[in-house]
Design a protein around this ligand. Structure first.
Ligand SMILES: *[C@@H]1O[C@H](CO)[C@@H](O)[C@H](O)[C@H]1NC(C)=O
Length: 494
């Protein structure tokens, strides 16, 4: 996602800037003296190094201060990192006007500048995810499956008996974006190559713009954001794709309300909080942005892990064949795919898309039960990767053991072991009431995709490829190397 050249430029620019504007950081740090710092004693140098990736320093902090808070600097601020059920429970229990999940996310992704102030300040699309999307997943499963198999069979001819190289991220992004758009805007738009291409580019551009704005202190964001974003332009382009559909539906409101059209666009229109084409389009763009990166990178890891360990293809295939024979490609079948679920969860546990999750902005001074005060203006977050590799929480934490969560389910079928469940030991989707509301759909898409792949294809790695997917870090983000390839061919034994 980020080329090396642009990383170097970012580092240079920030070194300069941070040197000049690091004063507020030191002022705030005095109030944070009770919380130990990890990394170099020179905070701004540490902050600049953290732009290149934070997982190493966070692991170091976790090794030293597990279950107690420690802090790392960003260019102009501090992130206080907390772990352990007790502290995480205190963070979860804090009221929104004290520890704000919405403001934390807005700041990290610069939502107001990239998606507009309305999307940032009134995220009612979250409510629609909960009220509509999550409740309609059973109806949507066969539809999503249809989109995934249509995409896969367009990309890979069923005549392909020969092994052929496949660029994993490109492939996965295509499938994820079509599956997502089938839910967001429905047919035929979800298959429009122009719209899909635009959406993928939009998601990448948005992250890059956010990273550039992040090189500046918060109080100048409103002034400089325009130089690094092209929000107006993006929305204008997106309206060209969505506008005709929105207008057409506005003219046939009654038929649509009766339930003939059932997709996110329609739920937004039925809600009526916003009614102009631009407003509705911005919500759809927010969904496109939120759905692509994490889902695609998680799935990509899983597909790579499967290619690296092809011995697991047969047991996964047997599970999928058995449940689909019984229930078809339904939600009931997907719920019974324990091995698929466990495989995805294990792959995410070892990989992960971000070294920190549960990011909260401290809006009013916050006091932990041990008396330690976190001053207003900092961030609090949880070290997901470090927690996922903790040997007290996971037996042989560095081993890839794809069916470990099937075993942990036990005979009682402990549902807490499924990927979508929240806990302070597994933080793929955050934790507590602000956990990612789209996780149910994200997991369904991932399970359907992995199930479809094992039932139709054989995978393996090229000779000499590394046993786990290479990654590229930037700040708190961990991205799989976009050039990674695997080998794929039509399933040989039916
Ligand atoms: C629109 O969404 C908001 C936020 O969830 C909700 O409070 C409101 O009742 C919805 N309105 C309609 C007409 O569905």
């Amino acid at each position: 996602m980020f080329s090396n050249a642009s990383q170097e430029i970012c580092l240079l620019v920030s070194a300069g800037l941070a040197g000049i504007i690091a004063v507020p950081l030191f002022l705030r740090s005095r109030r944070l003296d009770a919380i130990p710092t990890v990394g170099s004693t020179n905070s701004w140098w540490s902050a600049i190094k953290n732009l290149k990736g934070t997982s190493g320093i966070i692991q170091e902090g976790y090794n030293k201060y597990k279950n107690a808070p420690f802090k790392i600097p960003t260019l102009y601020n501090w992130i206080v990192i907390v772990s352990g059920t007790k502290l995480l429970d205190e963070v979860r229990a804090a009221p929104d006007d004290q520890l704000s999940a919405v403001e934390g996310t807005n700041d990290f992704f610069k939502i107001a500048f990239i998606m507009g102030h309305r999307v940032a300040n009134d995220p009612y699309h979250f409510a629609i995810i909960k009220m509509q999307l999550n409740r309609k997943l059973a109806t949507l499963c066969p539809i999503i499956e249809d989109e995934i198999s249509a995409t896969l069979s367009e990309m890979f001819s069923s005549q392909d008996d020969e092994w052929r190289p496949v660029v994993v991220l490109t492939t996965i992004r295509k499938v994820v974006s079509r599956a997502g758009n089938r839910i967001f805007v429905g047919l035929p738009l979800c298959r429009d190559p122009g719209w899909l291409e635009f959406g993928l580019q939009y998601a990448v551009d948005s992250i890059v713009s956010a990273a550039k704005i992040d090189l500046f202190p918060r109080f100048v964001w409103p002034l400089i954001a325009n130089f690094f974003t092209c929000t107006g332009n993006h929305v204008g382009q997106a309206v060209e794709f969505l506008g005709p559909t929105i207008r057409e539906r506005q003219n046939i409101v009654d038929r649509a309300r009766s339930g003939e059209v059932d997709d996110f666009l329609q739920w937004l229109m039925n809600n009526g909080s916003e009614s102009t084409e631009r407003e509705i389009t911005q919500r759809i763009l927010a969904m496109v942005f939120a759905s692509i990166h994490a889902t695609a990178s998680s799935l990509m890891r899983a597909v790579y892990d499967l290619a690296a360990h092809p011995e697991y293809i047969v047991p996964l295939r047997e599970e999928v064949d058995a449940v689909v024979r019984q229930d078809g490609w339904t939600k009931a079948a997907i719920d019974k795919m324990y091995k698929i679920d466990s495989f995805l969860k294990e792959s995410h546990r070892l990989g992960g898309a971000s070294s920190l999750v549960m990011i909260r902005k401290v809006s009013k001074d916050f006091t932990f039960s041990d008396g330690r005060i976190i001053p207003r203006g900092c961030y609090i977050a949880a070290p997901s990767c470090a927690i996922h590799h903790d040997e007290e929480l996971y037996d042989k934490p560095d081993a890839f053991d794809p069916f470990r969560f099937v075993r942990l389910r036990g005979d009682g079928n402990d549902m807490k072991q499924q990927m979508v469940s929240l806990s302070s030991d597994f933080l793929a989707f955050g934790h507590g009431k602000h956990a990612c509301p789209g996780r149910f759909a994200a997991v369904v898409i991932q399970k359907l995709m992995l199930a479809r792949i094992v039932s139709s294809y054989d995978l393996k790695l090229d000779d000499g490829a590394p046993a786990s997917c290479k990654t590229v870090e930037f700040g708190i983000f961990i991205n799989p190397d976009p050039t990674t390839t695997i080998l794929l061919r039509k399933r040989s034994s039916v």
